[in-house]
Design a protein around this ligand. Sequence first.
Ligand SMILES: [Zn+2]
Ligand SMILES: [Zn+2]
Length: 275
Amino acid sequence: MMYADSHVHTAFSSDGKDPVSAVTAEAERKGLCYLATTDHLDYDLKFGHNRSPIPWKHIDLAAYRRAWEEGADALAKKGSPLKFRFGIEAGFSPEKQVQDKYLELFDRMRFDVVINSVHFVNGWDVYFPNAFFFKSRRRMYGDYLDLVLQSLDAPYHYDIVAHIGYVTRNAPYKKKVLEYADFPDKFDAILHGIIERGKALEVNTHTTLFPTEEILRKYYAYGGRKLSFGSDSHHAELCKDYQKTVALLKEIGFTEFTVFERGVNGESSETAIPF
Ligand SMILES: [Zn+2]
Ligand SMILES: [Zn+2]
């Protein structure tokens, strides 16, 4: 089986632990054919109205690029077959000033892969309990899905729609799971929207499986075939639950993951990694 991981954090993320060298070493040890580091870029916090309840260290993009280049050079020197690519996880905000900043940056800095992520609802990161204060399950989950749908129309380049269902991760509700039946119209719009735009739906194994099996089955039924695997590793847990996840995806009917990179002229290209 070929292993590929398109969503991995390093110490350049505020919540990441590993230097780039530790991540590439683990990728080689596990025999990955493709690895992209995708540290957090939070322009929604930096230039928008989103707020973090804890101090947040913004990424030093120049240092991140240097560390990635050093890692790529070291791999090339020893003739490693690992395709090591330079990515970013861009925190979505519907605010124009935030989107303009991403546009400006992505013009200057060509990432191999851009992950489009919704982390904030009503201005607060849903990782933290304060985002849920005085908010009903229906309101929070509905607002979250509305943002995911809006994020599909981000005016800048992106490849992957990340971890649909993230809002449920630390949600305080008795019924935590977000089901298709809760918001069929919103889910349909999102899944069809991903397919129409030719984007990849991420299969994220960091905690529980995002999206859930039920949503993955809907995506397949609607004709969605493009999937990206993301362990979302913050401390060297590359390809977490890979075999188990692939077994489930195969059973649904999927046959491959898709990985992204940029060519010499900056054009985006994708490659299928068969299961
Ligand atoms: Zn994320
Ligand atoms: Zn992430």
